[in-house]
Write a new protein. Structure first.
Length: 494
């Protein structure tokens, strides 16, 4: 099934689309009847999408005026804060609406039940179980996939010398739960270890050898008939221009995947298919993502993180596939979850899902030590950055990029928005690669664009936001809650 054949399947249905970032609907908005978008972020890009699609946008940030660093749990605050607006929207024709969330969302499920409309989202209880790294890593070993030689430890109970013997001088330490790299820490020497032990010494952590900077990400759909695997992307790692800490999510480069050895990509596809079968056996059918690391000494590929939800890379893959006239993988998932496409119909498109796409993106994050305010608005659209930051061509479509020298900006924040340290400010997309695989850094043109954009946002020092809503879960809270969740082994939920 081609993308243009998909639209007629919906009839009179409209979609109430809940997501972390409003621009995630790009790439599916031309094929799916999105009537309203509920998002955490607010952006002038929403107005542009609304004019093209007639979709209404509702966001938390338009009420709050501030943005925290990556926390998927914040999605649960959308419905309590914005539900009354949605009630008015649905009041005349609730029977035509279906609610969809890109992330697990008990709040949306409960709201949809009250409104009497269908709701599709990843199963919250099962996803909570899957988000515990211990459960995923145990499954990786049980289904016979390669796993890094690691151990669960509390750093306060071991010395650097002890761990050096087990996993080597350089290693990664991960909390059982995390988001966008927030629970991953890298240790390269004893000084690093002492500092991490002082901050996270009592938390249970998964410690594995640091095998190098090459990390891959993949999107896939688990069905009861098999797994549809999308084209993998290279994840941007250790890019100091973009993020404060190594391991923090800062982009995906699908174009760079072409520079990898074929055996690496094939290993990712094979392992993803196996993990998809395991997920389906638990009752998880739908879109999921995986992060892999590649041992630079032997090219062995290891699955290290499972994301039972949409990822930061999902929307970009979908829009790129749409521009090529294919059925986008995330659109196929919508059709499958809504019963418009069978598993067999989804799997019939497997070759197209796996075909290369020549796009990339990087995320620009705040590098400031404390809270900051966006001092100057940067409009969404296409820029060249050849002579600074000039006015953009007002478009949000990848197809309007004319060459590798141009960049598409989406998700841009409004002026006066407060940003937390390390907060994600915007995405910068390219029709070509932005990442230098050999040197694990941005290509010169992308680094120039990042520098120009950061200066243009004119960040100024800000006081942390006040009020009840300003209390967000810190990394320390995440460590403690992860530790509590990991105290006892749990059975796979029915």
């Amino acid at each position: 099934m081609q993308g243009h054949d998909f639209q007629g399947l919906f009839g009179r249905r409209k979609l109430l689309w809940q997501t972390r970032w409003g621009f995630y609907c790009l790439g599916i908005d031309e094929l799916c009847p999105i009537g309203a978008v509920l998002s955490v972020d607010d952006s002038p890009a929403h107005s542009m999408i609304s004019k093209q699609t007639d979709a209404s946008f509702f966001s938390l940030e338009s009420n709050w005026g501030w943005r925290v660093a990556g926390q998927d749990s914040i999605i649960e605050e959308i419905v309590p804060a914005l539900g009354e607006h949605v009630v008015r929207l649905l009041s005349r024709s609730a029977e035509n609406w279906t609610a969809i969330s890109t992330h697990p969302s008990p709040a949306l499920l409960q709201f949809a039940a009250r409104m009497g409309i269908a709701c599709i989202c990843p199963p919250p209880e099962l996803c909570d179980w899957l988000n515990d790294k211990a459960n995923f890593l145990t499954a990786v070993a049980e289904i016979g996939l390669p796993r890094l030689n690691g151990c669960w430890v509390r750093l306060s109970e071991m010395s650097y010398a002890d761990l050096h013997k087990h996993v080597g001088a350089s290693f990664a330490a991960q909390l059982p739960r995390g988001c966008s790299g927030s629970g991953t820490f890298f240790v390269g020497c004893e000084d690093d270890y002492v500092q991490l032990a002082a901050d996270r010494g009592n938390a249970l952590m998964w410690v594995v050898p640091d095998v190098g900077d090459l990390s891959l990400n993949v999107n896939a759909i688990a069905t009861d008939r098999g797994t549809a695997v999308g084209y993998p992307s290279v994840q941007l790692a250790r890019v100091t221009r973009l993020c404060r800490n190594r391991g923090q999510y800062c982009g995906n480069d699908y174009a760079a995947t072409a520079g990898l050895e074929r055996q690496i990509v094939e290993a990712v596809v094979v392992q993803t298919a196996r993990i998809g079968e395991w997920l389906a056996s638990l009752g998880y059918c739908g879109l999921f993502g995986l992060d892999f690391v590649v041992d630079n000494g032997c090219n062995q590929v290891y699955a290290v993180d499972l994301n039972p939800r949409w990822q930061g890379s999902t929307w970009l893959l979908g829009q790129a596939q749409r521009e090529l006239g294919r059925l986008p993988l995330p659109v196929a998932e919508v059709g499958y979850r809504m019963g418009l496409l069978s598993a067999a119909e989804v799997l019939r498109n497997s070759d197209e899902f796996l075909s290369p796409v020549w796009v990339s993106q990087f995320a620009l994050r705040s590098q400031e030590p404390g809270w900051s305010t966006i001092g100057s608005a940067v409009e969404p659209g296409i820029y060249s950055f050849a002579d600074g930051v000039g006015g953009p061509r007002p478009t949000l479509r990848l197809r309007d990029l004319e060459n590798d020298a141009e960049f598409l900006l989406v998700g841009v924040p409004r002026a006066d928005l407060k940003i937390a340290p390390g907060g994600h400010m915007l995405r910068v997309c390219s029709r070509g690669p932005v990442y230098d695989l050999a040197r694990a850094r941005l290509l010169a043109r992308a680094e120039h664009a990042a520098r120009q954009l950061y200066l243009s946002l004119a960040l100024t020092v800000a006081e942390p936001p006040n009020g009840n809503n300003s209390r967000r879960q810190t990394s320390g809270d995440i460590a403690e809650s992860s530790n509590q969740c990991h105290q006892s082994a749990r059975n796979i939920p029915d």
